[in-house]
Each structure stands twice: as structure tokens, then as C-alpha cells.
Ligand binder design. Structure first.
Ligand code: F6P
Length: 459
């Protein structure tokens, strides 16, 4: 029977799944797809070894999902992961030209690792298997597989934004990179906005023939289809987490430690795209305008460190520490601290409990492909007494969750105003907003996302 072969940079084995919420949405989403389609998940083990990808494949099966992983050498990790993927493509695709590094060597490392992945995964691909490649680390992989004679249907899904053409053309060899994408059969984006930017690039820069109604892109006699597939959460799995003692304990822990104050929560990887210093400025502005409300409101920022070998991530961490320290220094009383800043991850069950205890969820990225924390926050609310989601209009999720309180994350005044609105919102309004959002989060879940993509890929 044909199987699904998923290829992504990181592979999370199912037993480690509880921590996925704090690590990014991709891991949970893919496990779900693979359980359903009895598939193989290939990628980097997360380990460094001297031989790197040439050292062989480690295969394991847990809970019906087979993972096949290779190590990477130190040089590969530096050039491919820390370098081209996370110091070039990530900032550029999040509109941060100021942070984008253009180094020829890291570009070569990126191509080398894509080639090594293709070499390692090719023997695992059998006739009629569907191959699904994920994210910006592996854009050229489909073309590398084609050069090895793989004629199977191959899809690619980009989990992050696709930048406007005027930004994207600052990437040296941009045309070469996008031409490799035309070797896929299906390309998925999180939102119509990122899809539009991609189609615009193909028309203007490549001179491709683009049919916007169907998403077909034709160049040199080859046609690929590009569409938007907004990713969702694994609703059933997440609700099951809410039924655990671990989740209830986490909820009680937060409630009892905040007592009469309203808890407001943010959960983000420590990444500059998440708008954390800007968010803290917004909270600071709120307390400047309403100093007495320091007794009403406590903000909990959960921010597990991420990509710590990349300089821009070290800088954002320092900046955030300064800003939270300044506000806490200026606004704390002996018995009240306005911001709790926590540099660690929690399990999905614990996050569910925290989200339920928090009456305001603050999700304010400067740019985000989708953002599943926004959807998880909604999913965890008590339908009788739901909290308020404050959401950046620049997160992909804002295109589906229009009933959140939408904000411009660059504006401290806008964020401060939204916090005030959320604190004072009537139960009726909270319920009305929640009812609409929860329907979307429930209906447009990760199972539907997988099925939609796989059905279209099957052709
Ligand atoms: O969502 C984008 C993404 O890069 C995912 O691919 C990944 O799971 C997550 O962010 C965490 O990033 P990293 O794998 O670099 O720790």
C-alpha cells in the first residue's frame, strides 16, 4: 500500500509530543497526519555527529509512526540550520531585512544538506508513495529528489510567510531557489496573502503563466499548483489534554497564585518575529496610563529559548530581559509583580490549564505564518466564561479569527488600549466573540488541513 513520506527539518517522535505546543505547531500537526496515513517521517535527529548525514539512518517506530533520522555535522548545523535557514531565510521571510545575513558559504551548506537529505531519503520512497516536504529549510529538496529519478507526486508546505516580491528579490539567487519549487506538484501556503505574494513573484520575476483562480503556475512546460491551506490544531488531542489532572493542576496553580488579579498570558518561542519587546512596551504603556491596575492584572510570559546559537536570538533575549526588568522594577510593590517572565517550555496539558486560567491571551507577532497558540488559547476557554484573545493583525491566524481583538503589534498605544478593552469586556461580548472563533478552531482543524493537502496532492 502506498504510504505518506513526510520530510521536515525536525522530527518529533510521538512520545515527546506533549511538549510540542511550546516548540512550534509543526510537530503536533505532522504526527497527526502520519498516524492516519501510516507513514514515514524523515528528517534531522537534532543531534550532531562527525559523519553527519553520511553516518546512516536511525529508524524507530512509536505509536504507528516510523521516524527515520540522520545526524548533521557541526559544519552542516552552522551553515544550513543556524546559517542559511535561520539567519537568512527566516528573517527575510518575516520581513526583517535588517536582520537578514547573506553569506555565500551558508548558502552552499544549505544546498549540501538538501542534497544529503535527498540521498538519504530516496531509498525509503516506493512507487506511488506521496512525498510531503515541509518548510523553509528544505525548499530545494523536491528538485534534488527529481534529479535522483523520483517521479512520485511531491508536495511542499511552507509554514512561515512568503514575503512580498520587493523584499524577496534582495536574496541572492532568489530565482534559482524559486525555480526549484516548480519541481513540486503542489505548493501550500498558510494564507491567501502569502500565496498572493508567491504568485506575484512568479508572474513578475519569472514570467510564469499564473492562473489565480486555480493557483496553477506554468513555466517551461511544467505546471505546479499553489494554494492556501490554513493549518489548524488537533482539536480532539488538545481537549483530551484539558481533561487530565496535569492540566487541572496547572490551572489551579495559576489561579491560586494570581488570586483576585486577572491573569493575562503569552506563550511564544523566544523569537524576534513574535513581537515580544513590542508587547512588553504595550503592557508598560497600559500600566503608565493606569498605574492603579497593577493590582488587577498580572502578565505571564512563557518564552522557551530558541535557536540560541544565532546572534539575533541572543540579542532579543537580552532586550526582553531588560524590558521586563524595567517594568517590574518601576511598577512592582512588595506584594505585587506585574510581569512573570519564564524561560521554559510546558507540556500541552499544562498550557491548556494556563490558557483556561488566563482571562486574556496576548498573541502579538510582528509577522507569523499562522500562529497556533492563538487557536489553542481559544480552544482551552470555558464556554460559559471565556477569556479574550488579543491578536496581531499580522499573524496568519487573524485572517480566520476576525472576532479576536485585533491589534497593530508595533503600536504600544494600540496594545495598551486592547488590554483595557479586554479587562472591561462584558460577558455577553466575550461569549459572542468566542462562539464564532471556537467554531472556526474546531472545524478547521489539523485533520482537515492534512486531508485537504493530501487529497489535492493525490491528484
Ligand atoms: O514554524 C516554523 C518552525 O521552524 C517549525 O518548522 C519548527 O518546528 C518551529 O518553528 C521551531 O523551530 P526550530 O525547529 O528551529 O526549533
Amino acid at each position: 500500500m502506498a504510504k505518506l513520506v513526510v520530510i521536515s527539518n525536525r522530527v518529533a517522535v510521538p512520545k515527546a509530543r506533549g511538549a510540542a505546543g511550546a516548540q512550534g505547531g509543526l510537530a503536533g500537526a505532522l504526527n497527526s497526519a502520519l498516524r492516519k496515513h501510516s507513514g514515514v517521517w524523515f528528517g534531522w535527529s537534532g543531534q550532531e555527529s562527525e559523519e553527519g548525514a553520511g553516518g546512516g539512518i536511525d529508524t524507530q517506530t512509536h505509536d504507528g509512526v516510523t521516524t527515520a533520522t540522520v545526524d548533521l555535522s557541526k559544519r552542516d548545523i552552522d551553515e544550513y540550520y543556524n546559517g542559511y535557514a535561520n539567519a537568512t531565510l527566516w528573517p527575510l521571510f518575516h520581513y526583517r531585512l535588517d536582520l537578514t545575513e547573506y553569506e555565500r558559504e551558508t548558502g552552499k551548506g544549505y544546498e549540501r544538506v538538501n542534497e544529503a537529505f535527498a540521498e538519504a531519503v530516496t531509498p525509503l520512497i516506493e512507487e506511488d508513495d506521496l512525498v510531503w516536504v515541509h518548510d523553509y529549510h528544505l525548499i530545494p529538496l523536491g528538485e534534488r529528489l527529481r534529479s535522483r529519478g523520483i517521479t512520485n507526486r511531491i508536495g511542499f508546505f511552507l509554514h512561515i510567510p512568503w514575503p512580498p516580491t520587493r523584499l524577496f528579490v534582495s536574496l541572492p539567487y532568489h530565482e534559482r531557489l524559486v525555480r526549484t519549487m516548480l519541481q513540486y506538484d503542489l505548493i501550500g501556503f498558510q494564507t491567501q496573502e502569502w500565496l498572493d505574494s508567491f504568485l506575484h513573484y512568479c508572474t513578475k520575476e519569472l514570467g510564469a503563466e499564473v492562473d489565480e483562480a486555480t493557483g496553477s503556475v506554468t513555466l517551461d512546460g511544467r505546471t505546479v499548483t499553489a494554494r492556501a491551506y490554513p493549518i489548524g490544531i488537533d482539536w480532539d488531542h488538545f481537549q483530551a489534554q484539558g481533561d487530565t489532572g496535569e492540566s487541572r493542576q496547572a490551572e489551579q496553580r495559576l489561579l491560586s497564585s494570581t488570586r483576585r488579579r486577572t491573569a493575562m498570558i503569552g506563550v511564544d518561542r523566544l523569537d524576534y518575529s513574535k513581537g515580544l519587546p513590542e508587547r512588553i512596551d504595550g503592557i508598560g504603556r497600559f500600566f503608565d496610563q493606569h498605574p492603579e491596575r497593577v493590582r488587577d492584572l498580572v502578565y505571564i510570559q512563557v518564552a522557551p529559548p530558541s535557536r540560541e546559537d544565532v546572534e539575533s536570538y541572543q540579542q532579543i533575549r537580552t532586550l526582553l530581559e531588560q524590558k521586563t526588568g524595567q517594568i517590574n522594577g518601576a511598577r512592582s510593590e512588595v506584594d505585587v509583580v506585574p510581569i512573570r517572565y519564564v524561560n521554559r517550555g510546558y507540556t500541552h496539558a499544562q498550557l491548556y490549564g494556563f490558557f483556561r486560567a488566563a482571562k486574556i491571551g496576548l498573541v502579538t507577532p510582528l509577522r507569523d505564518g499562522m500562529n497556533l497558540v492563538a487557536k489553542e488559547y481559544v480552544a482551552a476557554q470555558d464556554p460559559d466564561d471565556p477569556g479574550v484573545l488579543i491578536l496581531s493583525r499580522f499573524a496568519g491566524a487573524a485572517q480566520q479569527l476576525e472576532d479576536a481583538v485585533l491589534v497593530n503589534p508595533h503600536s504600544p498605544d494600540d496594545v495598551a488600549h486592547a488590554i483595557g478593552r479586554a479587562l472591561d469586556m462584558t460577558l455577553d461580548e466575550r461569549r459572542a466573540r468566542y462562539d464564532k472563533m471556537v467554531r472556526t478552531v474546531h472545524d478547521e482543524n489539523v485533520q482537515n488541513w492534512t486531508e485537504d493537502f493530501v487529497t489535492d496532492l493525490t491528484g
